[in-house]
Design a protein around this ligand. Structure first.
Ligand SMILES: Cc1ncc(COP(=O)(O)O)c(C=O)c1O
Length: 335
């Protein structure tokens, strides 16, 4: 089986399983789990923040961040295609009574700061109070430029907004931008990082911020049912994910590029390999046969996400050879 649907499908490595089996644990709701504590301390230091909180998922980390920065009746600015607007079940609105104000993303994934400025509500009781701008990096596999993120920081300072990063794949962004991850994360008031995507942990994310912010997030996490007890068994794998797995992400990017270049050889597909920046590849079926292609590949034990465009994601459980097998199977389909 080869699974190109997402980088969330990875299985824990033997080293992770070993660390999970041997993890020293305690009750994390009492802050007594040494493995969770060690992960949080390591994450804060690695990403350049005062404090960190281990969360059950990226969705939970983003929701906590939004609820920490905004109160009921307030709003956050975000991209129309932001994960924390489109794909998190409207949690900020449902559970936080916080209104999202989406703004169309530009082709590079950024949000035009002039449009963001126009979306900030005047000080008038008719409007929700605008509190925060949320960016995502990478977004749709694209890395935001450092210049843009610096402008977003200056914009938020000028307009007294908090700046949050959905950094589910921020290590992929750092690899693509050729910088240490702290050059990105230092620009934000808070960052959420998924351990369970390209970094390969089975479960969990970390949320980063200053101490006051993380204290508030810990209270909200409890309220949302996310206080976990002997969570060290999960944090043990998370620690390996955070410490070691960023070092191999370039391989995923190379495999994605190999796939993008291979797909561009098919006249039936529409794809520009130059647009593949990290580990996510998009291609359109000109004939609209993506569902048939997906089913054909599934019969051969290869999973992809159908749609317009189709999506292929590389990760630690698919190799360059797997990419070649996928291309060969697509050739058979079109033959
Ligand atoms: C950019 C981004 N943010 C957040 C999430 C949410 O992470 P989780 O699935 O752990 O809730 C995802 C999940 O795919 C994501 O792609």
């Amino acid at each position: 089986m080869m699974d190109f649907r997402s980088d969330t499908v990875t299985r824990p490595t033997p080293e992770m399983r070993q660390a999970m089996a041997n993890a020293e644990v305690g009750d994390d709701v009492y802050a007594d789990d040494p493995t969770v504590n060690s992960l949080q301390e390591f994450a804060a230091q690695r990403l350049g923040f005062e404090s960190a909180l281990f969360t059950s998922s990226g969705t939970q980390a983003n929701l906590l961040a939004i609820m920490c920065h905004c109160e009921r009746g307030e709003e956050y600015l975000c991209g129309q295609s932001a994960h924390n607007y489109r794909y998190e079940a409207g949690g900020a609105a449902v559970l936080g009574s916080i209104q999202p104000q989406p703004i169309e993303n530009d082709a590079d994934g950024s949000i035009d700061l002039n449009k963001a400025k126009a979306a900030i509500k005047p000080d008038d009781f008719h409007f929700a109070v605008t509190r925060m701008l949320s960016l995502e990096n990478t977004i749709g596999g694209k890395a935001l430029s450092l210049d843009y993120q610096q402008s977003a920081r200056a914009f938020c300072d000028k307009h007294q907004l908090s700046l949050h990063l959905d950094g589910a794949r921020v290590f992929n962004a750092a690899v693509k931008s050729g910088v240490d991850v702290t050059q990105i994360t230092n620009l934000y008031d808070s960052v959420s990082v998924c351990l369970s995507k390209g970094l390969g942990a089975p479960v969990g994310s970390v949320l980063l911020g200053n101490q006051l912010f993380i204290n508030k997030a810990r209270r909200l996490r409890k309220m949302l049912g996310g206080g976990m007890r002997q969570a060290g068994v999960l944090a043990a794998a998370g620690r390996i994910a955070l410490e070691k797995m960023p070092l191999r992400l370039q391989e995923d990017h190379d495999n994605a590029q190999r796939l993008a270049v291979g797909l561009a050889d098919f006249p039936q597909l529409e794809i520009n390999p130059a647009l593949t920046q990290t580990n996510i590849v998009y291609a359109r079926c000109k004939s609209g046969l993506s569902k048939q292609l997906k089913d054909f590949l599934a019969d051969k034990g290869i999973l992809i996400t159908a749609g317009e465009p189709m999506r292929f994601v590389t990760h630690m459980d698919v190799s360059a050879k797997d990419v070649d097998r996928l291309l060969m199977a697509i050739r058979e389909f079109y033959a």
